[in-house]
Ligand binder design. Sequence first.
Ligand SMILES: CC(C)(COP(=O)(O)OP(=O)(O)OC[C@H]1O[C@@H](n2cnc3c(N)ncnc32)[C@H](O)[C@@H]1OP(=O)(O)O)[C@@H](O)C(=O)NCCC(=O)NCCS
Length: 170
Amino acid sequence: MSSELQGHGITLRRLVEADADALTRILADHEVGQWWEGYDRTRVLDELIAEGDGESYGIVVDGALVGLIQYYEQDDPDYRHAGIDLFVDPAGHRKGIGRSAVLVLIGHLIDGLGHHRVIIDPSVENTRSIAFFTSLGFREVGTLRKYERHADGTWGDNLLLELLAEDLVS
Ligand SMILES: CC(C)(COP(=O)(O)OP(=O)(O)OC[C@H]1O[C@@H](n2cnc3c(N)ncnc32)[C@H](O)[C@@H]1OP(=O)(O)O)[C@@H](O)C(=O)NCCC(=O)NCCS
């Protein structure tokens, strides 16, 4: 994992333990927490800051941590692709921060790590996220039925979107 990536007016940097409070505060906001459910400080430390299944970066604007973006890699050579996810502090929504973070990370995935395909799978109810990823060139593949378990134990449908390197709207 690169320790720092820069571009489009933002920096993506490695997360450290001292980031736990800021990330927990952002995740406690319903605007974010309804899609990233059940993250208390312990889970933030264990699953987002410590090495997990994927790689997480803090999104930094003017020195302030304003969100998180992460990726994982499917490394089977016959099916190679990356998946991403992110959240931005609601105080900074609709200012181009998410877009910048995705452009920087996908630039790294394509140019640095040699990926040709990136996927994302938001809840079908997360229309804001679907509009966001569509604006970047992601295309709808189809519905993943009863795909994600929610905090109340129910299974929700998600939408699989994919982006080929040549689709990226930069
Ligand atoms: C989705 C999210 C990351 C977008 O971040 P953001 O910094 O607000 O997005 P940007 O300002 O970069 O938006 C880029 C484009 O996405 C689209 N978009 C973003 N928010 C939108 C909204 N609420 N409604 C419609 N389109 C939207 C627009 O095309 C926008 O461009 P424009 O503002 O020039 O019209 C942010 O809303 C968020 O953190 N949501 C909660 C967590 C979440 O849902 N994460 C994704 C889980 S899959």
